[in-house]
Design a protein around this ligand. Structure first.
Ligand SMILES: [Zn+2]
Length: 346
């Protein structure tokens, strides 16, 4: 079975009323953990590579790894997605290599730092749609800006700036109409990474988890019931995973994530793709630290990468169940990019 267009996975998720985890991949162990979890929970799955991942592993290696995953488990619908493309050229490169979906993040200028204007965003996103749809490739756009550190994901707003760049529901409607995107990443106060931009408790000055503007998702869903929304920066940053890291010599103070319950509320209101990256990084780092700490004489990489892969697997299984995609891999017949072209009218 070929890789499927992400649009099909999202359309089916909308029909079934569930969300689908989009898991970031950087190397073989991570991808093996993802596909194993998808197989064991019978889940359709989205695997995505950020620009940072492409730089680290090279696009061709990631592509071949994903092809291997599809060959090993041919009954699992898998979409191969470019996360945070920063221009038409990057998106085109991914499409040429056979990615079935690309994100054009036009919310930021091509430097990946400064917020772009609405018009600039529409223009560059529409260009990517015009390039992708005739080939059957899905396009995700983004309106509003996310927070977080610059780590190859692109977005880099901090503190109050995050809340000044939330997605405006009216603008979202216009954006989808003008660009023709298949999926819309919304900014509702989430940030990338483990150190999410929090809010200050007015009384104690303590930094609390971000208050998510879920009402924006509700409003967008009301205006556009068929729009597939994407939540970025949606790792839950479980305390038990951070604790393992810190227990074995790590130093990760003051982390917090997005509660699974909030994501589930989003799924009830049109969120179909949920990006999770940090949680698997935490699981992997904790597992490796534990081996290094407990058995410092070990030097065979398999001794620490195997438990790392198992720890990541447990995270993916938990997310597939929580988002509702578990059990749905066999609901539909996967289509090809060629089939998808016809759906777009080409
Ligand atoms: Zn993102």
């Amino acid at each position: 079975m070929p890789l499927v267009p992400m649009r099909q996975i999202l359309d089916e998720a909308a029909k079934g009323g569930y969300g689908v985890g989009a898991f970031n991949v950087n190397n073989m162990e991570q991808l093996q953990a993802i596909i194993q979890a998808a197989n064991d929970t019978n889940s359709p799955v989205i695997v995505q590579a950020s620009r940072g991942a492409l730089k680290y592993s090279k696009m061709i290696y990631l592509k071949k790894l994903m092809e291997a995953a599809v060959e090993e488990y041919p009954h699992i619908p898998l979409a191969m997605h470019l996360d945070h493309g920063n221009g038409v050229d990057t998106c085109k490169m991914a499409i040429d290599l056979g990615f079935t979906s690309v994100m054009m993040d036009g919310s930021l200028k091509s430097d990946g730092k400064s917020p772009a204007t609405f018009e600039e965003n529409v223009e560059v996103t529409r260009k990517v749609v015009e390039l992708a749809h005739p080939l059957g490739v899905t396009v995700e756009g983004e309106l509003g800006c996310l927070g977080g550190i610059e780590d190859g994901h692109g977005a880099g707003l901090e503190g109050d700036a995050v809340n000044e760049h939330l997605t405006d529901p009216g603008q979202a409607e216009e954006f989808v109409k003008l660009t023709g995107v298949d999926a819309l990443a919304v900014a509702i106060g989430t940030s990338h990474g483990a150190y999410k931009s929090g809010r200050k408790d007015p009384k104690t000055g303590e930094i609390l988890p971000p208050a998510l503007a879920m009402d924006r998702i509700h409003e967008i869903h009301k205006r556009m019931p068929n729009c597939h929304m994407v939540m970025h920066g949606s790792s839950s940053v479980p305390k038990e995973l951070v604790d393992i890291i810190n227990q074995y010599g790590g130093k990760m103070p003051g982390t917090f994530g997005i509660a699974v319950e909030q994501i589930q509320d989003g799924i009830k209101h049109g969120v179909r793709k949920i990006n999770v990256d940090t949680d698997s990084r935490l699981a992997i780092t904790g597992a490796i630290r534990k081996v290094f700490f407990e058995t410092p004489e070990k030097f065979d990489m398999r001794d620490y990468l195997k438990p790392a892969r198992e720890a990541a697997y447990a995270v993916y299984v938990a997310r597939c169940k929580a988002f509702g995609q578990a059990g749905h891999a066999g609901d539909y017949t996967p289509i090809t990019l060629d089939d998808m072209k016809k759906v777009y009218g080409y």
